[in-house]
Design a protein around this ligand. Structure first.
Ligand SMILES: Nc1nc2c(c(=O)[nH]1)N[C@H]1C(S)=C(S)[C@@H](COP(=O)(O)O)O[C@H]1N2
Ligand SMILES: [Mo]
Length: 258
């Protein structure tokens, strides 16, 4: 039971203003001494260059309602082939819970209802897939910084790992399960949200129901769909192929800056 958000914790989270929460997100980052080291040891030149040129808080371009694409392709998994997921989907995700654990002070499990009661952000952004297509969509969800403010971070937390419900590649050892990871700079960025709505509708199964990541300064494959669990880690080298994501384990860049 201690893994569930207490009523008091939940009320604290839901009554804080968005501004207060954003500030706390930045404070969280400042308190994490390892972040400077992460930036210094950044594997990817793209990441260093982007952060040097644009700053760590620079926003991805946001668009207007009129720019929303009339059709937005579904890519990768279009419906997870898992009994557990299908049962949750049949129940309209009433029994689904997002686990947040690992290197946090207070692990939580949040229902969709609870997530929807937290301060939300809406953004209209362009999604760029490496396969060469783009689409503009409107996303509504909870800033990841708000969730991390609720859970707190252990001092050695450096990356946020997103565990998904789908296996994109069928394997015997389960290494075909989709996952992704980002560092704390992107985790507390204001446009990094856990989206439950797309274009004013509940997220469809094709687009990642009930919850997906939007991390707007990076490419499509970072936008993990079908979120089940968020894990704070000090290193992702022990996970699956060790490169921080399903596609990263198959040769893509970990930092997929646009
Ligand atoms: N869980 C999961 N997340 C995923 C994928 C996937 O197959 N499974 N595909 C990725 C890729 S390559 C892209 S381009 C986008 C596609 O999102 P969409 O289906 O909403 O267009 O999701 C990303 N996130
Ligand atoms: Mo993609």
């Amino acid at each position: 039971m201690s893994h569930f958000l207490s009523r008091r914790q939940f009320l604290v989270g839901s009554t804080l203003g968005a501004g207060a929460i954003t500030l706390t997100g930045c404070d969280l980052l400042d308190q994490n001494e390892d972040i400077a080291n992460v930036l210094r040891s950044a594997e990817s030149l793209t990441m260093k260059a982007q952060r040097l040129l644009q700053g760590k808080d620079a926003l991805a371009r946001e668009y207007g309602e009129a720019d929303i694409s009339p059709s937005f392709r579904v890519n990768g998994t279009s419906a997870p082939d898992s009994e557990q997921y299908n049962m949750l989907a049949e129940g309209k995700f009433k029994d689904w819970k997002l686990k947040v654990d690992g290197l946090v002070e207070r692990p939580v499990e949040l229902s969709l209802e609870q997530l929807k009661r937290l301060p939300a952000r809406t953004q209209i952004t362009r999604h760029d897939c490496v396969e060469g297509w783009s689409a503009i969509g409107k996303w509504t969800g909870v800033p990841l910084a708000n969730i991390l403010t609720l859970t707190g971070l252990k001092p050695n937390a450096r990356y946020v790992v997103f565990h998904c419900a789908d296996e994109l590649e069928k394997t015997l050892d389960g290494s075909g399960v989709y996952y992704e990871s980002i560092d704390l700079v992107d985790a507390v960025h204001p446009q990094t949200i856990l989206a439950y709505e797309m274009n004013n509708q509940p997220l469809s199964i094709g687009h990642g129901a009930p919850l997906r990541l939007r991390v707007e300064r990076q490419l499509g494959y970072k936008q993990a769909k079908y979120l089940m669990r968020i894990e704070l880690v000090d290193s992702f080298s022990i996970l699956w192929g060790g490169n921080g994501g399903f596609w990263e384990d198959r040769g893509y860049e970990w930092y997929a800056g646009i």
